[in-house]
Design a protein around this ligand. Structure first.
Ligand code: FAD
Ligand code: DLZ
Ligand code: SF4
Length: 515
């Protein structure tokens, strides 16, 4: 028998007892390494709530492991010996004590995966990097599905995952006779409907200390900490999930795309932070949502919509990321080259929709899907903001952001920088969409009906110019045939005028050419 135990790495978003790196843990001999390091806390200037969430969840997880009798080498952020990089901490652990091997679960971001692969190649002991089995679709399975396809369509991937997991299936057929109930999930919040109160988690002792550490050590990062309400343990995450399934899920479908001023949560799950850390198991969440439908407590449009987000979109996005990275990180199909306007950081803009999303993001490190896609994402695309700057913003401001899920959503879904890998068309929309799905426009200084001039809604001023500017790249996209037919019906002068209008708007909003 090898005389020394294994060193097992657990990263900040690998906080699951069933982590593959821990599956054969020898509690007597092995050591689990967890490290709070500056490199991870600052490779983008994460929102303060994200760092507090991760540090406090890591500390709670370490305590739980120790309570089971495991030995944890826990390196705190203010430990004087801390070398502040994951690989450097692995090397320091190996130098301090003999180990027979190192066991790692693959990490979620390409940049750190590269560093860990470099470490594995040079390490003085064998290093085993295991697959992250917490996802429903493994890498090989996704590659097999994607192989030979000219277009990767989420809907078809999702159907295969439904068949394979048996979720919402009656034998070989989808429950309710249809795979997708999205057409029933597009309602604006009706007058008189009250948005439900939500379970938020008051910080426990460990979280309070992590919050203090973040305030002390990362004072100039974005965001506020006094409104911190994220679960930091599996038990807290379970409470949030259970409350969602019992009280909120029935309305999830109907109001899925709706937005309302001052209402950050709507009927959303508030579970991505927990699921991405490993505090909630995605397949379990899907099974439990299905059970709500089977018991007659939640309608099919809600349950199917919820399961599709996790089994479909979440797994699909991860599959795309690992299939296409690192080349994916450089994609800029629309040659977008503008700066990100300052109001994305400050929230100081007369655009009521953008101000609301940015302000809530500062307070909660959260925006729901339609806000991310159709407000901040859509605007960044219409303005032609460089994708690196868009990625950086999304990675900074959201507590659930990791490149494997953030990047296919921004570079793919929201801005079409990937040229049609994650989605088949740009989700470009004028102010009419936001007006249809929200109450923002009523209180806005801009006129959502006007198309041009300084008082017109900027989404309107930008929309046609965006299409005309990108004619060469988008004209053949059959899903944009209608708006291009409209543009084609205009004379040259009018087409030039919409480009000039969009240009003026880009400059006025601060989307100037990148320095
Ligand atoms: P709900 O609306 O309740 O949905 C349930 C779950 O479905 C989510 O928790 C999430 O795990 C999953 N899900 C839903 N949509 C997606 C999607 N498009 N991709 C992947 N998973 C999805 N999600 C992240 O977890 N991290 C990110 O960094 C992130 N960046 C995004 C950037 C953009 C531009 C867009 C359009 C979406 C992004 N999303 C991201 C997806 C989605 O917006 C969030 O997962 C969701 O808002 C989280 O809130 P919730 O838990 O209340 O979600
Ligand atoms: C996001 C994050 C932060 C802020 N801090 C740490 C940390 O100090 N230690 C750690 O192990 N992980 C941290 N993480 C999560 C990692 O960045 C994450 O594991 C990689 O980005 C891969 O998804
Ligand atoms: Fe947003 Fe335009 Fe509506 Fe104002 S008018 S809230 S900018 S969509």
């Amino acid at each position: 028998m090898e005389p020394h135990g294994a060193l097992r790495l657990v990263l900040g978003d690998q906080l699951s007892p069933n982590l593959s790196a821990l599956s054969d843990l020898d509690i007597e001999r092995d050591v689990i390494l967890m490290a709070e390091v500056h490199d991870e806390a600052t490779y983008v200037r994460h929102h303060k709530q994200k760092i507090a969430l991760i540090f406090s969840a890591m500390r709670s997880f370490a305590e739980a492991l120790q309570a089971r009798g495991a030995t944890v080498r826990y390196v705190a952020i203010d430990d004087a010996a801390n070398r502040h990089a994951i690989v450097a901490e692995l090397e320091r652990a190996l130098a301090d004590q003999p180990f027979g091997s190192v066991v790692i679960t693959e990490c979620g971001e390409w940049r750190l995966a590269q560093a860990l692969a470099g470490f594995a190649a040079a390490a003085p002991v064998p290093v085993e990097i295991r697959e992250d089995t917490r996802f429903i679709c493994g890498h090989d399975r996704f590659r097999r599905w994607a192989s030979g396809k000219s277009q990767l369509t989420m809907e078809f991937f999702y159907r295969e995952m439904r068949r394979e997991t048996g979720l919402l299936m009656d034998g070989g057929r989808p429950v309710g006779g249809r795979w997708n109930f999205d057409t029933e999930n597009r309602r604006k919040l009706a007058r008189g409907v009250t948005v439900p109160d939500r379970l938020r988690i008051a910080p426990d002792e460990i979280a309070r200390r992590a919050i203090d550490d973040v305030e002390r050590l990362f004072p100039d990062h974005l965001g506020r900490l006094e409104s911190f309400g994220w679960p930091t343990t599996a038990a807290q995450a379970e409470a949030v999930l259970a409350a969602f399934l019992a009280d909120i899920l029935p309305g999830f479908g109907t109001w899925q795309d709706a937005m309302a001023e001052g209402e950050p949560w709507m009927w959303h799950g508030l579970i991505s932070t927990s699921m991405n850390l490993g505090l909630i198991d995605p397949l379990d969440a899907c099974h439990r949502a299905e059970a709500e439908y089977r018991a007659g407590r939640a309608p099919l449009n809600a349950v199917e919509g919820f399961i599709r987000q996790i089994l479909g979109w979440r797994e699909f996005m991860r599959g795309i990321y690992w299939l296409k990275v690192p080349e994916y990180r450089l994609r800029n199909h629309l040659d977008a080259d503008r700066e990100l306007p300052w109001f994305y950081w400050s929230g100081e803009t007369a655009m009521a929709c953008v101000a609301d999303v940015v302000t809530q993001t500062q307070a909660h490190a959260y925006a729901h899907h339609i806000q991310r896609l159709m407000v901040t994402g859509n605007l960044a695309m219409l303005l032609g903001v460089h994708p690196d700057l868009v990625d950086d913003w999304y990675m900074v401001v959201f507590a659930d952001a990791y490149e494997w899920v953030e990047m296919p959503n921004t570079r793919g879904m929201a801005t079409f920088a990937d040229g049609g890998i994650a989605g088949s068309k740009p989700y470009a929309a004028s102010g009419a969409y936001i007006n249809r799905m929200s109450d923002y426009c009523g209180g806005c200084r801009y006129d959502v009906k006007a198309r041009e001039g300084p008082d017109a809604c900027p989404f309107n001023r930008l929309y046609w110019g965006f299409l005309e500017r990108n004619r060469g790249r988008l004209r053949d996209n059959h899903r944009l045939a209608m708006p291009y037919r409209t543009l084609d019906g205009w004379d040259e002068d009018r087409r030039r005028a919409v480009v000039a209008e969009a240009e003026a708007c880009r400059t006025e909003l601060g989307a100037v050419p990148r320095a």
